[in-house]
Design a protein around this ligand. Structure first.
Ligand code: BTN
Length: 318
């Protein structure tokens, strides 16, 4: 049915086709039409939806550019501006520059290339031209500063869901936010924030998904992978489209203070729970056994002394 709707939209590419026209022609309900349109958008088709006019296929190519990005982001109220760049030092740095100039807006920055891509713990993030999806969301959630770090879990769950929706791969989550395919990292998330003791100003959620690399620098060659290396060719646009839908859903739950579905998603995809791990912080590295992910997103571990301990941040090495 989805492909029949796509055919109709392609035949009417000059104008809008109403939900009623589609439902009459295909003999399905308007709710079914709406669901199929949503699924097509999820697959990366850019379909403009206008009240009282209907639907128009804007682009069915996989190219990510300013106009396809704009159409892709239309439906999300946490994206009030978009910026598509050919090259930038780091989309996170660009998001922070925008945050300084603009006191209210939230939005999305995507770049084909980053010349100074940033990873966690001060590492560098390889971001060659058109080899991955390099993006940052600038968000201003109305939450307390201590709730800010769990947004990392929101984005990890949403991106894991997006990759699984667009490919046949199984995606594991290494707490709090590395996405793993066949034992290697395919996506990393760097969350940065600006806050005072009791007031959050903004969060920058930087996400890098390896799409097309066939080789990696020698220091990460055993640890990193890309969708292409895993035998899947899928565009950044499709991944982004699926991510935004999933993120919008999990993010509204997060804003309502409900982390239950997000935590369940993490537990179902976790590659760390039930494992002996190393916990790496800027200060130390130590061994622990992971027992659970708590309701607030923190990690419950048994430490080297056999005591239960809660870990709020840090990197975990399996
Ligand atoms: C990690 O170390 O796992 C985090 C990697 C985060 C990389 C992304 S790519 C887009 C955004 N801009 C950056 O400079 N970093 C993040």
């Amino acid at each position: 049915m989805k492909s029949k709707i796509l055919d109709l939209l392609q035949l009417n590419s000059e104008g809008y086709l109403s939900g009623e026209q589609i439902s009459d022609q295909l003999g399905i309900s308007r709710t079914a039409v709406w669901k199929h349109i949503k699924a097509l958008k999820n697959e990366g088709y850019i379909i403009d939806s206008v009240n009282n006019k209907g639907y128009k296929l804007l682009s069915d190519t996989d190219e990510l550019n300013s106009s396809s990005l704009k159409a892709l982001c239309n439906d999300f109220d946490f994206i009030q501006f978009i910026k598509f760049l050919d090259t930038v030092d780091s989309t996170n740095s660009e998001a922070k520059r925008i945050a300084m100039e603009e006191q209210v807006l939230e939005g999305l920055i995507v770049s084909s290339e980053q010349t100074k891509g940033k990873g966690r713990l001060g590492r560098q993030w390889e971001s060659e031209k058109e080899s991955g999806l390099w993006m940052s969301l600038l968000l201003r959630p109305k939450v307390k500063p201590e709730a800010a770090s769990s947004i990392t879990l929101v984005s990890a769950a949403a991106m894991a869901h997006a990759i699984e929706a667009c490919t046949s791969l199984n995606v594991g989550i290494k707490w709090p936010n590395d996405l793993i395919v066949n034992g290697k990292k395919i996506c990393g998330i760097l969350t940065e924030m600006s806050a005072e003791i009791n007031q959050l100003h903004y969060i920058v959620l930087g996400i890098g998904v390896n799409l097309g690399q066939m080789s990696f620098p020698v220091d990460i060659i055993d640890k990193a992978t890309s969708l292409k290396k895993e035998g899947v060719e899928v565009s950044g646009k499709k991944i982004l489209s699926a991510f935004l839908l999933a993120f919008s859903n999990f993010y509204s739950q997060y804003l309502e203070g409900d982390m239950s579905q997000i935590i369940s998603y993490h537990l179902a995809h976790s590659v760390t729970v039930g494992k002996k791990v190393q916990i790496i912080t800027p200060i130390e590295t130590r061994n622990a056994y992971v027992l659970d992910i708590n309701a607030d997103g923190s990690l419950l571990v048994e430490n080297e002394l056999g005591e239960n301990e809660v870990v709020f941040s840090g990197e975990v090495s399996v």
